[in-house]
Structure formats: C-alpha cells, structure tokens
Design a binder for this molecule. Sequence first.
Ligand SMILES: NC(=O)c1ccc[n+]([C@@H]2O[C@H](COP(=O)([O-])OP(=O)(O)OC[C@H]3O[C@@H](n4cnc5c(N)ncnc54)[C@H](O)[C@@H]3O)[C@@H](O)[C@H]2O)c1
Length: 303
Amino acid sequence: MKIIVTGGAGFIGSHVVDTYIRAGHRVSIIDNLSTGSRRNINPRAKFYKADIRDPQSIEKILKNVKPDVVNHHAALASVIASIKNPNATFEVNVLGTVNLLRAFGTIKNAEKFIFISTGGAMYTTTKLPASEKIPPSPLSPYGLSKLLGEETVKFYAHTLGFNFSIFRYANVYGPRQNPHGEAGVVAIFKEQMKRGERPTIFGDGTKARDYVYVEDLAKASVAALTKGNGGLFNFGLGKLVTDKQVFDTVAEAVGFRKTPRFAPVRPGEVQKISLDAGLARRVLGWKPTTSFEEGVRQVASSK
Ligand SMILES: NC(=O)c1ccc[n+]([C@@H]2O[C@H](COP(=O)([O-])OP(=O)(O)OC[C@H]3O[C@@H](n4cnc5c(N)ncnc54)[C@H](O)[C@@H]3O)[C@@H](O)[C@H]2O)c1
C-alpha cells in the first residue's frame, strides 16, 4: 500500500514508518521537523518537509503521492505547552487535521485515515482501566484538541467517503523519545540519571500512568490497514505505574543511586489513568508483549 505517515520524523511516527516498511509498504513522511528529527527518518521512506497547517502544500503532496492510507501522528503533543499556548495546539491538532482530511478526500484511491489521539489525557475517571465507553472529559487544551480532531475525522470520513480508525494511546515510551521536552518521563529520567542529576517528580510520586512500549504500539498501525474500520480504540497495558515506580525502574536499569527531587504537581495533568485495550485486542488482534521493566531496559541500552 502507499501510506503517508505524518509526524514520521518524530518519536512514535518514526517507529510506525519502520514497521510499515518492514511489512513491505511504500511510505512517505510529512513532517515540519519542529520536534522531530532527520535522524529518525527511515532512509527507505520519501520525506516531505511540510507543515500540516498549510493547506496548499498538503494538497500538493497528497496529489503527488496518492496515498491509499494516511496515518496521522503529527501534532503538538505537550499538555503543558497546550496550557501556555492553546491556539498553537488547536491550529496544529485540529486545523492541521482538517487540512489533511480535506486533501485526502480529493484522492480517488483514498481508503483509510488513521488518527492518533490520546487516552492518557482524554478521561477523568476512577473506573480504571478506562474503556472507550467512558465519556471523554479532557483536563487540558491538548486533550480537547485531540477530541476535536477525532470529531473532524468522523465528519470528513463520512462526508468525503473513506474509512477511519481512531487510536487513543496511553503513555508511550521507547527508543528515540525526546528527553528534552516536558513529557516522556522515561527518556527524561534516563538522560538526567546518566548525567548524575537527580530527576524531579511532580507531586508526591503517587501520580500514576499506563506505559506502553512504542514497538508494541506500532504493530497496531499495521493491523488497522485491514481491520477496525470506523472503530475507536484504547491502547495501554491496563496497569498503573506510579511516578516513583518509574523513577525506581529507570534507576535500576541505569545503575543510579541518588534519590529524586519533588516539586508541586503541574496543572492539567490527570492523577491516575490506565486504559483497557480489550477492544483493540479483540478487533485488531493487538497484543503488547513488552513489560515496563523490559521496555525500560531497552531504553536504557539505546542511544
Ligand atoms: N508520546 C506519548 O506518550 C503519546 C501519548 C498519546 C498520544 N500521542 C500522540 O502520538 C503522536 C506522536 O507523538 P510523539 O510522542 O511521537 O511526539 P513527537 O513530538 O516526537 O512527534 C510529533 C511529530 O509531529 C511533527 N509535527 C509537529 N507539528 C507539525 C506540523 N505543524 N506539521 C508537520 N509536522 C508537525 C513533529 O516535528 C514531530 O516529528 C501525537 O499525535 C501525540 O499527540 C503521544
């Protein structure tokens, strides 16, 4: 298949590109390299440096590539940045998505749009692990932008006539995650510990997340090429890992002996979230195989 992966120079998108290429697909990448890097780009993919906020260049690229599938990972993915500057987040995550959807609708062979959303920033519930049946209640402009993005996908898929799947990811970690942002705690802790610095835990260490290993997740994008049309799926291990457990697991993997620093909780962050991936397992056959401890060891030994 001919597939465009937006955000294919970023952390998760680049693993999705690699997985598609290994499965024999022809992949093009659209990325503006704002948080992504040329180092992550698979040499067998065609790279278009472009901004999804620019409808003309997006239309031109899609007309040129004529993709069967668009897998849309490009986004501003930071909760904290979305609170500081919500407009930028809405412009990329909502209007950028609209530009892609409208351009995709002009392609004759347009088959399917796969939209990457968030589960980690979508629910405020104590019913954990959260299934897709829990009504969304985002706490941040980032979560809201993804919810609006999901609705634009449903609208344009129905009106322009192509299939879609929506993926709500839990916290993703793995090799190539940027350690210099505000999110990506495994990568951040690893870098700081390797420099001998004491990482900061925001809160008392009991805030908890569901961590899914990036290579496990990338397999879902392959399954969605043939399955899951019209579906919305949560992805996670269904397990809560506290911030203190993340600290301890990374410390163990890199041999760090000092204690963490503690700072006040940041606004917009959910206290506890884990996701029920039962639907993804049943419909897409998705099965994560990497435990948190094993995944952290992989990260610790990666560059
Ligand atoms: N990392 C997580 O834990 C997590 C959890 C849930 C959902 N997600 C979603 O997964 C996707 C990928 O996230 P990631 O963690 O790999 O982040 P990332 O920042 O590494 O990747 C995002 C990519 O999008 C590109 N991009 C940003 N704005 C763009 C624009 N205007 N035009 C073109 N390209 C642009 C960036 O350069 C980058 O390569 C995002 O949609 C994010 O919201 C991530």
